[in-house]
Design a protein around this ligand. Structure first.
Ligand SMILES: [Zn+2]
Length: 142
């Protein structure tokens, strides 16, 4: 692999090349594993800080504010749509058969959020229900 620097020092730099990676093995860590196990069981697993009480979704190993170890908890609060976009073309520029709505779903009393495919008429702040615990989630507007 070779790297050719494009641009000048006072400009944004970019490199164009092909990565020579055939396969990746990505470990999600303990908190990520608990999160993904939860999805298989139809649950949203977050983590709760014993010091400040914040709940994170998806689960994290440590509280980013207190730097203490968290414990896993099931997140059962109301889910709502924080933001969304409508996709008309695939990654290669081909028009989709029907537009796809994808957005960020947040959970009541939890920090963070999850990407989701959205069924129904999207509305910012509108309540949604999880209908498939996949990655991304699939939710329906209530
Ligand atoms: Zn904390």
């Amino acid at each position: 692999m070779s790297w050719d620097k494009v641009g000048r020092e006072d400009k944004l730099l970019s490199w164009k090349d092909v990565m020579e990676a055939e396969e990746y093995v990505y470990t999600v860590g303990y908190a990520g594993e608990e999160f993904f196990k939860g999805l298989k069981e139809g649950k949203i697993i977050g983590s709760k800080c014993p010091k400040c009480g914040k709940t994170y979704v998806p689960a994290t190993l440590y509280c980013e504010d207190c730097f203490v170890e968290t414990s896993t908890v099931e997140v059962k609060g109301r889910a709502y749509l924080d933001s969304f976009t409508i996709i008309y073309k695939d990654s290669e520029g081909n028009k989709l058969e029907s537009p796809q709505v994808i957005g960020l779903v947040r959970f009541e009393n939890a920090k963070g959020g999850l990407l989701a495919f959205i069924e129904g008429e999207p509305k910012l702040g509108g309540e949604v229900e999880v209908i498939a615990y996949d990655v991304p989630l699939k939710v329906r507007v209530k």
